[in-house]
Design a protein around this ligand. Structure first.
Ligand code: ZN
Length: 282
């Protein structure tokens, strides 16, 4: 299933893509929102019998919001592609690097990205997003993918000066409002048989700058989920951004960061395409 949330910001309703790629209205079929317990594996299983083609069609051009209404935790993996680690001047990590974004950074896939006040180094990061489907603690690698509800495209937007030059944890550079576009689709795990075989790319103003494949990850999704579950209880609806490949602005020579009017278009294979315009903070 490819699940969406459609409508104006803050009042989105659940939807699902039909076989022709049209959005159908799932209102009344979903208990609450696609978020937290609403994307637990059992909640999603209850949707599998819905006769999608009999649902009302949502008008074409209707805004799609983030594929999750809210997130319990917005978790991230750092430096998970060897060439990206190299472009930042870092050694490839020996264990997964964990950090987080503020949950309030969650944003729609087509909503503008707001360059925060005082920012000179706002940067892009296309990533495979993993959405957890059940409480997960001490899961071994062989079982880890059975804890995944689905996958989505994520832009882990990052302010490099806030992240790296201002001390403390990376969360400071990862958390501004609109820094976490997710979606447009939450694609259930049954439709992604191998999360390590997905192309992912990002273009800036039409020029491809990131172009890689999840097979290039240092730590794969199963390893990441198992590893994280040794340190925390992952909860239904938690999202994990699994790291970005090379081609971010901080790795360019000269470095290149977002200015108002720049357009990012990004996609993870099979998970849908995002498009954001960078705008100045007001
Ligand atoms: Zn990232």
């Amino acid at each position: 299933m490819k699940l969406v949330r459609w409508g104006e910001r803050g009042t989105e309703r659940p939807g699902i893509l039909d076989g022709a790629g049209r959005v159908r209205d799932l209102s009344g079929k979903v208990d609450g929102d696609f978020a937290g317990p609403g994307v637990a594996l059992d909640a999603l299983d209850r949707l599998r019998d819905v006769a999608v083609d009999s649902l009302p069609e949502v008008p074409e051009g209707t805004r799609l919001g983030a594929c999750l209404g809210w997130v319990p935790s917005f978790l991230c993996i750092g430096l998970n592609y060897a060439k990206h680690a190299a472009e930042t001047g870092a050694e490839p990590p020996k264990e997964p690097i964990l950090f987080s974004k503020a949950a309030s950074a969650l944003s729609g896939p087509f909503d503008p990205v707001v360059i925060p006040r005082g920012s000179e180094k706002t940067d892009w990061e296309v990533e495979l997003g993993v959405v957890i489907g059940r409480e997960t603690l001490y899961v071994d690698e062989a079982e880890a993918l059975s804890c995944v509800a689905g996958y989505c495209t994520v832009n882990d937007v990052s302010e490099r000066a806030f992240q790296i030059e201002r001390g403390g944890q990376w969360i400071k550079g990862k958390s501004a409002p609109t820094f976490g576009p997710c979606g447009p689709w939450l694609v259930t795990a049954d439709e992604v048989p191998d999360p390590q075989a997905l192309k992912l790319s990002l273009s800036l103003n039409g020029e491809t700058v990131q172009d890689s494949d999840t097979s290039d990850m240092i730590f794969g999704v199963a390893e990441i989920v198992s590893y994280m579950s040794r340190f925390m209880r992952l909860m239904p609806g938690d999202i994990i951004a699994t790291g970005t490949p090379s081609g971010v602005g901080m790795g360019m020579r000269p470095q290149r960061f977002l200015t108002p009017g720049d357009v990012m278009e990004l996609e993870v294979e099979g998970l849908g395409r995002q498009r954001q315009e960078a705008v100045a903070a007001t």
